[in-house]
Structure formats: structure tokens, C-alpha cells
Design a protein around this ligand. Structure first.
Ligand SMILES: [Zn+2]
Length: 128
């Protein structure tokens, strides 16, 4: 469902969920990214321009924030219960952090773009 371009209301929750899934926050019909972290210029389904998005560092900050709160307790718990050699830990934790960060960064960017669009931030203040 395309949000009414005349109405001031944009569904924040729907826009952020669509962005999180890598779909157009405005309509959800088409993909949001043309490459890993580069959004499409315009949605082919609804015509919404994504050139205005300015997610900047917020997606990376969110990934670090969530990842730190998940990984640090895991490292502590593993060290309390297991006797892992140092080389295993030096390989496991940074590798796990990298994999999780790579999995989270695109959904986080989509979420932030959905937030910016729904709240008419930066270049999204116009009708479309
Ligand atoms: Zn769209």
C-alpha cells in the first residue's frame, strides 16, 4: 500500500519495517538497495526518490551498539564456562563480530532510511 502523497501522515512502523527488510519504505513493493549499501535512485514501483537519504553513520552506530550488547556477554559467558585457547578466541570473536556486523548493516541502513522518510527528515519533506 502506497502512503497518500498528499497526507502528512506516513506510517513510521511500516516504513521502518519495510526498510529493515530491504524493501521500499514508501510502498514495500520494490527493493530498496541496488548494491550492498547503495539505495536505488528511485523506486520503480512508486517513484519515490531515495537520493535524499542521509543515513550517514547511524546504521553503523546501531550495529555497534547492538553487536556490543550481544557479543560482550557471550564472550564473558564463554570464558567463564569454557577453557578456550587464546588463538581460538582471537579467531572466533572478531570473525563472529564481522559476520554479524555484515548481516546487520544493510537492514540497519534500510531501517534508518525508513525512519528518515517517515519523519520527512533531510530531503524527504516534499510530497513524494
Ligand atoms: Zn516504492
Amino acid at each position: 500500500m502506497v502512503d497518500d502523497p498528499v497526507s502528512d501522515e506516513r506510517d513510521l512502523r511500516a516504513a521502518m519495517l519495510r526498510g529493515l527488510k530491504g524493501r521500499c519504505p514508501a510502498c514495500g513493493e520494490s527493493r530498496l538497495f541496488r548494491s550492498f549499501l547503495r539505495p536505488v535512485n528511485h523506486c520503480p514501483a512508486c517513484g519515490q526518490s531515495w537520493a535524499h537519504q542521509r543515513a550517514d553513520d547511524l546504521p553503523a552506530y546501531l550495529v555497534v551498539l547492538v553487536l556490543g550488547h550481544v557479543l560482550v556477554p557471550l564472550v564473558v559467558a564463554a570464558n567463564l564456562r569454557l577453557d578456550m585457547p587464546m588463538w581460538v578466541q582471537m579467531t572466533l570473536w572478531p570473525g563472529l563480530a564481522l559476520v554479524i556486523a555484515m548481516l546487520m548493516i544493510q537492514p540497519a541502513k534500510g531501517l534508518v532510511i525508513g525512519l528518515q522518510w517517515a519523519r520527512r527528515m533531510h530531503g524527504f519533506s516534499g510530497g513524494r
